[in-house]
Design a protein around this ligand. Structure first.
Ligand code: SD4
Length: 372
């Protein structure tokens, strides 16, 4: 006799996922799709345009995302990625990156890499040329040099100014810092005029920018995921990490399963924002597993954000300090990006390029809305 209870339960629980897994894997014709975070200075749009160009020319999906993010890594204006990224508390830029190649199911990563403008290329070399998954610090730099990469100063005039401003504003509980003259630190917020005296040679706009990033370190990072017409996928996340971090701190970006995950049978996901909170939910892996079990990319990303909110007992007051975004591309070409909070700068947009639609921004969905 047919066990109706079992079939009903199966439909509601585990087995409900099975038809969706088939839907993901047995899709008709894959298409070319690249998605990325938005980033400032049109970084995401340029990244996806480049990656799509490589894919259309028949290039490998990993080469495509590496070429795409290289543009942002090498752009000194983006202070969250590669050259010109904001440094750690010692004034040294330390870069994190991870990448995954779907067809070979391999990954490579570097953490706290100093002196190399394009950590994506080193992470790709770890993937291609070694039997390891991740190299960090001095070892990662030595490895890069073996392949002919030059060690360079990654600070720009702009990021050095921001660092000096942060040093100066880093006060003890009496409002004092060794970078300020006298022992009575003036109250915040500072007037531009006051800062102008300490930072001669910079215009007011630069000083205001540096003050703002010193006290409110910005988010950035670029994640990029690609799919080609053969159904092959790759993904990458690259960053200078959290500004003013303790030397040696690795965020989520170089952690395979945290800031990046890709399963050739299902799809890929990546993250930008506060890495520590992402790591507490193994975010990118969670998003891909959610898709495996039948969620759409949008549902999968929002579910991962709900887990983050749960870690704060859904207390929006405490969550205010957290910015986090997930990007997801499923193997059938469906995609989405989700932010914890709606409507904030480039976090509210992500970038998409397809065979027939040039690289462009689309809105992220979001979990929470800031009250006015
Ligand atoms: C980190 N997730 O190091 C990175 C930083 C970032 O937007 O994405 N900022 O935690």
């Amino acid at each position: 006799m047919k066990d109706n209870r079992f079939s009903r339960r199966a439909a509601l629980m585990g087995a409900a996922a099975l038809p969706m897994i088939q839907a993901v894997t047995a899709q008709s014709k894959p298409k070319n799709v690249v998605i990325s975070s938005a980033n400032s200075y049109n970084g995401g749009v340029n990244c996806c345009a480049k990656a799509m160009e490589v894919i259309k020319a028949g290039g490998d999906t990993l080469d495509a995302v590496v070429a795409g993010v290289n543009i942002v890594e090498l752009d000194p204006r983006d202070t969250s990625v590669g050259y010109g990224g904001l440094p750690n508390e010692d004034g040294v830029v330390e870069l994190d990156c991870s990448c995954m190649h779907g067809p070979t199911r391999r990954g490579g990563a570097v953490g706290a890499l100093r002196g190399i403008k394009t950590p994506s290329k080193i992470a790709q070399l770890v993937l291609l040329e070694t039997d390891h998954m991740m190299l960090v610090g001095e070892g990662a730099l030595k490895f890069a040099k073996v392949y002919g990469f030059q060690e360079e100063d990654l600070l720009t005039d702009k990021s050095r100014l921001a660092f000096r401003m942060w040093k100066r504003e880093m006060r003890d509980r009496n409002g004092h810092t060794f970078w300020d003259s006298g022992i009575d630190g003036p109250p915040k917020p500072k007037k531009i005029g006051e800062l102008r005296k300490s930072f001669p040679g910079y215009d007011d706009e630069m000083i205001a920018w540096a003050y703002d990033v010193a006290v409110n370190p910005p988010h950035g990072t670029i994640n990029c995921i690609s799919l080609n017409e053969k159904g092959e996928m790759s993904a990458i996340t690259t960053t200078s990490g959290m500004a003013w971090k303790i030397a040696g701190r690795c965020g989520d970006s170089p952690i395979i399963g945290g800031g990046l995950w890709l399963d050739q049978d299902v799809g890929g996901a990546g993250s930008t924002g506060r890495g520590e909170e992402n790591l507490r939910v193994a975010g990118a892996h969670t998003v891909v597993e959610n898709m495996r079990h039948g969620m759409s990319p949008k549902e999968a990303a929002l579910d991962a954000l709900k887990r983050v909110a749960r870690n704060f007992d859904n207390d929006e007051e405490r969550l205010k300090a957290v910015d986090l975004n997930f990007y997801a591309l499923r193997k059938d070409g469906e995609y989405a990006a989700a932010s914890l909070w709606g409507g904030r700068g480039h976090d509210s947009q992500f970038v998409v390029a397809t065979s027939d639609k040039a690289s462009h921004q689309e809105p992220c969905v979001y979990l929470l809305e800031r009250k006015a």
